[in-house]
Design a binder for this molecule. Structure first.
Ligand SMILES: [Zn+2]
Length: 302
């Protein structure tokens, strides 16, 4: 996979900071299409990975990256199939996954998501670690078909796609998507394949315990051939999820124990409870501290 160091750094940054809007030269971004088999594809550009599934009467896509890339993404999908895009699923509300919503909705694409995404996009949000504010999005950007929990299915003609909500994980509105006829899972940001800590957006319902539960679910359905489309990073497989799950579980156990002992956030940061993991999973000290804060505040959710 051809990726520059800079692109990796930006990907890591947007994975670790909620709604990071790095300075990007949009003209330089290319959309790369990876064929996953059985009319299912992964699209890489900038922001959260996109999954595309072609049915007999339409196309379903998972996430839509940033608005300036919408035309390039539409062109990449047209090159796969001339059928219309019927559905776009938002795995969660962050801008690097929902930035293109308006541009797809105006073509008649139905945006489907957990109902908390509609609520958060309409109200605007605040990033817990930095206090940075995200403005409310216009009505055209809001999902028109929402669900409240459990699993729902969507039909694209001869193919059934399964959407499952995992409560309080990366945010409070996460959906992961399973294409059982292609053995493909699209995870959204409850998993990344960067070998980096993942943001847990505790100010918007994120919780390390839900992150673990989401990855439990992936391990329960994934076999050796399962293709895992991560929120960020290259195409993954079951062993990648096993490694990420182990990191998350350790973080939940160690920091949860300190929380229950009554230690403050400051005290826990000073103890460096994930020191052995920080060396490889954090790009730098600030990222290590941010992860500890995210996990700690999971137990103290805003
Ligand atoms: Zn995210």
């Amino acid at each position: 996979m051809k990726r520059t160091v800079m692109a990796l750094a930006i990907a890591a940054m947007s994975a670790s900071i909620a709604n990071a809007q790095p300075l990007i030269d949009w003209d330089k971004i290319q959309i790369k299409t990876i064929d996953l088999g059985n009319r299912t594809y992964m699209l890489e550009g900038q922001g959260g990975n996109i999954t595309v599934a072609v049915g007999n009467d339409g196309i379903l896509m998972v996430d839509g990256q940033f608005a300036p890339l919408s035309d390039k993404i539409k062109a990449a999908i047209k090159a796969i199939s001339p059928l219309p895009i019927k559905y776009m699923i938002n795995t969660h509300f962050h801008g690097d996954h929902t930035g293109g919503n308006e541009n797809f909705a105006k073509d008649g694409v139905t945006i489907v998501a957990h109902d908390n995404i509609r609520v958060r996009l309409a109200a605007g949000t605040v990033v817990g670690l930095t206090g940075a504010k995200n403005a409310p999005r216009p009505p055209e950007a809001l999902p028109k078909q929402t669900y409240l929990g459990g699993t729902i299915t969507l039909d694209i003609g001869g193919r059934t796609v399964r959407l499952t909500h995992v409560a309080n994980a990366h945010t409070d509105g996460d959906t992961w998507v399973y294409f059982d006829d292609a053995n493909v899972v699209a995870t959204g940001d409850v998993f990344n394949n960067l070998r980096r800590y993942q943001n847990i957006d505790f100010a918007n319902g994120g919780d390390v315990r839900g992150m673990v539960r989401a990855n439990d679910a992936f391990l329960a359905i994934a076999n050796a051939d399962t293709k895992v489309v991560p929120g960020h990073g290259g195409l993954a497989n079951r062993p990648d999820v096993v490694e990420f799950h182990a990191m998350l579980t350790t973080a939940r156990e160690r920091i949860g124990k300190l929380f229950r002992e009554g230690k403050t956030e400051k005290e826990v940061i000073a103890l460096r409870p994930l020191k052995d993991y920080d060396a490889t999973w954090a790009v730098n000290d600030a990222a290590a501290i941010a992860n500890t804060r995210n996990v700690y505040n999971s137990f103290n959710r805003l």
